[in-house]
Design a protein around this ligand. Sequence first.
Ligand code: PMP
Length: 357
Amino acid sequence: MTDTPTRRWLRPAVLAREAYAVADARGLIKLDAMENPYPWPQALREAWSERLREVALNRYPDAGAVELKRHLRAALALPEELGLVLGNGSDELIQLLAIAFAGEGRVVLTPAPSFVMYRMVADALGMRYVPVPLRADFSLDGAAVLAAIEREQPALVFLAYPNNPTGNLFERALIDAIVAATPGLVVIDEAYHPFAGETLLELACTHANVAVLRTLSKMGFAALRLGLLLAQPRWTREFEKLRLPYNINSLSQVSASFALEHAEMFAAQAREIVAERGRVGAALAALPAVAVYPSAANFLVLRLPASVRDVAAGLRRRGVLVKDLHGADALTAHCLRVSIGTPAENDAFLAALRELL
Ligand code: PMP
């Protein structure tokens, strides 16, 4: 075999992986990535442009994002006693956690299926990734998780609450048991918090081994790339040492501060999305042989009687992009994940699916 420079110098973990694939969504109704579907009203766009015009593009951003952090703490009612680290999306914070904990024999443990980034960063940093299968109804298998924690002594446990791609909230008593049993840090990823009506943020206040992740992406600002990590200051002080300076660019800082002044509008949109989730879920459940799983997030998972690949391709031909979960994990065989869009987008999805089934 030829010893190319990539083969010679890159770590095997890099050579072995695939780049994260993002579907081309041009011209399609985009129900694949759990974004907020509502465009901003014109008046808001104009007020925002005014604000952007003042940004000094020749200067580095505020490295501490002091003003943005003040806005975030107020708008999201974040407990004062918790430290706050900002990331370029919560993706970056997941990576930062792995960088902080990586080491010989270190384990990342998560339920499976869960958010793919946990595995990606563990693999990239040479940590051992230990998935613990959920039950068929997507609930946590408490005995299996606790046995795996006992056996593996994980440095990091990631629990998405609600979980992606399954949409459900794990049982609170089991989460308490996991926190009590975990020797390392339990990271509760609340990316879908705006639609869940529940938070475990208080656990980060009362437990030294709990951190909480949040993001502005699902709330309505996916383009800004802004994630939050909350934990006791003994952790966040250390994580700050690894955060790259200026990781939150000035346009994002100013835009997010501006958007948070209108937090009530985005909260109202989240309530509309939750109402639509109920309507779309009921319409899907009425289709013969389609199973819809309960969701506390801004998406639904459905199991189809037909080939998911064919249905996803058929939806795409009809202008609707969804996520095919078949093949990603045994538990989501024959499953599609569909984000909740505007009522018109949801109707287009439902009409296309009815035609295909
Ligand atoms: N956590 C979970 C559970 C997610 O589903 C996602 C996005 N799909 C993220 C984190 C990452 O979000 P972002 O990087 O946009 O903040």
